[in-house]
Design a binder for this molecule. Structure first.
Ligand SMILES: [Fe+2]
Ligand SMILES: [Fe+2]
Length: 173
């Protein structure tokens, strides 16, 4: 049975993952409005990833005999000044999430909750990948500096991203 303090913190992270999904869906809508359907697709896939993360927390809390309590999700911003600014905000957000995952890990250790520590390990690795993915996009956006032709080419590439749920072996901690 999971302890109350850990249960509450995991419920908090479930909310943070749902907010992430909400934020990226808002960015997808922003890119649609900017006539960049490829970038919008990239953000829709990112939304699916975050929903997958949220579901992982949901399932884990229940598996441990805890209670899932849903909280209200903050409204995300609706507009960004440019694709570069949106991706910079994405990187900052992912860095914040990494901090939240680290805090959860420290709590699991403090509470001597081995199962949660192992569960959270998957997210520690996932955050390395998340930050790396976003940094790669930012690196590609930097030299474009608003050139419509280059942005158009990059949009085509961003349209190729598909959501692939991680394999069960990798996903099951
Ligand atoms: Fe996430
Ligand atoms: Fe994320």
């Amino acid at each position: 049975m999971i302890r109350k303090k850990m249960e509450e913190a995991l419920n908090g992270q479930l909310n943070a993952e749902l907010y992430s999904a909400y934020l990226y869906l808002s960015m997808a809508a922003y890119f649609e409005s900017a006539d960049l359907p490829g970038f919008a697709n990239w953000m829709r896939v990112q939304t699916q990833e975050e929903q997958f993360h949220a579901t992982k927390f949901y399932d884990y809390i229940i598996e441990r005999g805890g209670r899932v309590i849903l909280r209200s999700i903050d409204a995300p911003p609706a507009d960004w000044d440019s694709p570069f600014v949106a991706f910079k905000a994405t990187l900052e957000h992912e860095q914040k999430v990494t901090g939240l995952i680290n805090d959860l890990m420290y709590l699991a250790r403090e509470e001597k909750d081995n199962a949660s520590e192992i569960f959270l390990q998957w997210f520690v690795n996932e955050q390395v990948e998340e930050e790396d993915n976003v940094s790669t996009v930012l690196g590609q956006l930097k030299p474009i500096k608003g050139s419509p032709e280059d942005l158009f080419m990059m949009d085509k590439e961003m349209g190729q991203r598909v959501f692939t749920p991680p394999a069960a072996a990798e996903g099951d901690a």
